[in-house]
Design a protein around this ligand. Structure first.
Ligand code: CP
Ligand code: NVA
Length: 308
């Protein structure tokens, strides 16, 4: 069974072929209206379950549209409205869904839920975000970088803020796509050291720099994300904001990066918190290309999972 569970769990050669397929898929849609089907319909006759245990705009719509463009159909399921949210085991849910659908995408809290789903499903399972990672987002981000600047290999990516799930997937991707990663944020919100060590063991230059100005020197790409993720306790908001405020991406900080550095944010953003409007809406921002590229990258991921 070919699951897409994490970037560090996927072979480098597979990731690179998914990426080149994503470029091809995007180019093939040039000039088509949004509702049009693709010329090739590899998901014709396929049903895909999209399970959400957390809110979503981009993941939900991009997977749904992507499946339909490829000729398949979707079923969007809210975790709380399923028996899954009322005590049925993940394993039983996986076995039952496998009798109905051809692929499962799940956004959940614990990584263990994703892994249990994959272990017991007879169909491919895709990670649509857990508390620990968000691999589809980073596939879209690399596609976006490559479109604007060419290969990301050897480039300097700076993650500013919370060392969260999206940061973890950037760390995983650094080892696969060969870019340097600098984390700048407060020590209590460092990324998982296991992921840092795993990347370093693969030869990745991972640096942790507390001073954001020093961190962004020579950066090709600056990345921000929310200071309070969906899995964080709302009561932690004030503490997190106080810790993270010095790491806001604004014009002053951006001025220390390379003049052609790009800015990315997976969205949703909290404008004037982790990033200013001037950066979000400025010439270096590629945030809406990232959002669009979720569609193209995930279509390539789904085709790979199904061997299509
Ligand atoms: N970036 C992202 O995953 O957005 P959603 O939470 O809207 O799906
Ligand atoms: N880190 C954020 C990403 C949202 C797409 C969260 O988990 O809420």
């Amino acid at each position: 069974m070919t699951h897409f569970l994490d970037i560090n769990a996927t072979d480098t050669s597979d990731l690179k072929s998914i990426m080149s397929e994503a470029h091809r898929i995007k180019a093939a849609r040039a000039g088509k209206t949004k509702g049009a089907l693709d010329d090739e319909k590899p998901l014709d006759g396929h049903m895909v379950a999209l399970i959400f245990e957390k809110p979503s705009t981009r993941t939900r719509v991009s997977f749904d549209v992507g499946v339909r463009q490829m000729g398949g159909q979707t079923m969007v399921l809210s975790g709380s409205e399923m028996q899954l949210g009322h005590g049925e085991t993940v394993a039983d849910t996986a076995k039952v869904l496998s009798r109905y659908v051809d692929m499962i995408m799940i956004r959940t809290f614990e990584e263990a839920t994703l892994l249990e789903m994959a272990e017991h499903a007879d169909v491919p399972v895709i990670n649509g975000l857990t508390n620990r990672s968000h691999p589809c987002q980073i596939m879209a981000d690399i596609l976006t970088y490559e479109e604007h600047r060419g290969s990301i290999e050897g480039k300097k990516v700076v993650w500013a803020g919370d060392g969260n799930n999206v940061c973890a997937s950037f760390l995983h991707a650094a080892g696969k796509f060969g870019f340097d990663l600098t984390f700048t944020g407060p020590e209590p919100l460092d990324p998982e050291m296991g992921f840092v060590e795993e990347a370093r063991a693969k030869g990745v230059n991972v640096e942790i720099v507390r001073d954001p100005v020093k961190a962004v020197e020579g950066a090709d790409l600056l990345v921000a994300d929310t200071w309070v993720s969906m899995h964080d306790a709302p009561s932690a908001r004030e503490r997190r904001h106080n810790l993270l405020r010095p790491y806001q991406i604004n014009d002053e900080l951006m001025a220390h990066a390379k003049p052609d550095a790009l800015f990315m944010h997976c969205l949703p953003a909290h404008r004037e918190e982790e990033v200013t409007n001037s950066i979000m809406d400025g010439p270096q921002s590629v945030i809406f290309d990232e959002a669009e590229n979720r569609l193209h990258a995930q279509k390539a991921v789904m085709r790979w999972c199904l061997g299509k």
